[in-house]
Design a protein around this ligand. Structure first.
Ligand SMILES: *Cc1c(COP(=O)(O)O)cnc(C)c1O
Length: 400
């Protein structure tokens, strides 16, 4: 198997690089996702290493402050991965055994695992429609019981989905509204960062996400107590960090909670901060490519996640839904033969052995998961690359 994604150092564009490396050496003509690391990014990382302070410190604090501002919340707490962010979010909201959390099954399995880490029970809700693959408010409402504590939204593909209606539903029923915002960095609803609609939101900076730093995550909240708990839980439940001690701000510490080591380190925080300044521009180029896919695929396949009234999606992924009866694996194989990489987001969580004992009747999720294909999308994808995907699809599908 070729690697999932590659990272390149710009400013050399993809086409110029072809001269140095034979095109046949590259596993994919069009990879699913790709990251450009600029010279400025590298300089920021080098500065972090040269400073001699490697673990959590001033660059992490600066990244947190910039991210909180960007995400429209008072606090942001940096952690070592999106999964760590989800885990701490669930813990800080006090979830535990006996609690039920309503969650989409059409998500990366970490969303659901994080609920289970706390001993709480995930309750799977269906999606709104085949081309609206976000969790349905109506489906969530039907699953509320006296044990329900929270609703966990996941803005699939970076589309806000029904975030506002879900927040209102949670509010009406005295439930906590949580968000796995791994796809949604930069997504807005009526001009407001979508994660700020939740009591707490968890972000991922994994290598294939819109704001990629390798491994890393962030939890956002407006609640000072929650932010304080998150900071303690990410560092063994200790009341002081070694950074505080190094600055002479603390001489000892207590351990007041059963915490973890989920800290981010300085080089990756520096990379995150450098890349954050380009994120809106990169999301905008994803948006242009998204619209160009829609125009090119019109009448051939269903395109999910169309921007709706008031939404500004983050365009994390572009997914299509094949006509019924098309053999998806054969379709993906033929695209791979033309060196176009595809994926499936996601094999649903309720079909995973680990979560199979949770009862779930999710016909729309199952149908979507059978027929969806994720096409390549990344900020610096060229029109030539996109045309290669479009013509491969046109050749493979019978005209509707
Ligand atoms: C990537 C992702 C995660 C996990 O994030 P990591 O940083 O890889 O731990 C969780 N949920 C969703 C929806 C994701 O896409």
């Amino acid at each position: 198997m070729p690697p999932l994604m590659s990272a390149r150092v710009s400013p050399e564009p993809a086409t110029a690089r072809g001269a140095a490396t034979s095109a046949a050496d590259a596993p994919w003509r069009v990879p699913l996702s790709d990251v450009v690391i600029t010279e400025e990014d590298l300089a920021a990382v080098m500065d972090a290493y040269r400073s001699g302070w490697l673990s959590i410190g001033p660059r992490t604090a600066a990244f947190e402050q910039a991210f909180a501002e960007y995400a429209g919340t008072r606090y942001a707490v940096a952690v070592s991965s999106g999964t760590a962010a989800l885990h701490l979010m669930c813990l800080a909201m006090g979830l535990g055994p006996g609690d039920e959390v309503i969650v989409p099954s059409l998500t990366f399995v970490a969303t659901v695992n994080a609920i289970r880490y706390t001993g709480a029970t995930p309750v799977f809700a269906d999606i709104a429609g085949e081309l609206e693959p976000w969790v349905s408010t109506e489906a969530c409402e039907a699953l509320i019981t006296p044990r329900t504590r929270a609703i966990m939204h996941m803005p699939y593909g970076g589309h806000p989905g029904e975030a506002a209606a879900l927040a209102a539903l949670a509010d009406r029923n005295g439930l906590t509204f949580l968000m796995d915002a791994a796809h949604a960095v930069g997504a807005r609803l009526d001009g407001r960062p979508v994660g700020s609609l939740a009591a707490t939101a968890a972000y991922s900076f994994f290598a294939n996400k819109n704001l990629a730093i390798g491994e890393g995550g962030m939890v956002t909240t407006d609640d000072e107590d929650v932010a304080q708990q998150l900071r303690r839980l990410r560092s063994h439940g200790m009341t002081a960090l070694s950074w505080d001690q190094a600055r002479g701000h603390a001489f000892g510490y207590d351990v007041v909670a059963l915490g973890y080591n989920y800290r981010l380190d300085e080089p990756r925080a520096a990379l995150g901060l450098a890349r954050l300044s380009r994120l809106d521009a990169e999301n905008a180029s994803r948006g242009v490519l998204d619209a160009r896919y829609r125009a090119g695929l019109h009448g051939l396949v269903g395109c999910a996640l169309a921007p709706t009234e008031g939404t500004q999606p983050a365009h994390h992924i572009f997914t299509i839904v094949l006509p019924p009866g098309v053999d998806r694996e054969a379709f993906r194989r033929r695209l791979a033969e033309r060196r176009v990489q595809t994926s499936v987001h996601y094999p649903p969580a309720h079909r995973m052995s680990i979560h199979a004992e949770q009862p779930a009747d999710l016909p729309v999720t199952d149908e979507y998961a059978r027929r969806t294909v994720t096409l390549p999308l990344f900020a610096h994808m060229t029109e030539d690359q996109q045309d290669a995907v479009l013509s491969a699809i046109a050749d493979e599908l019978p005209q509707a």
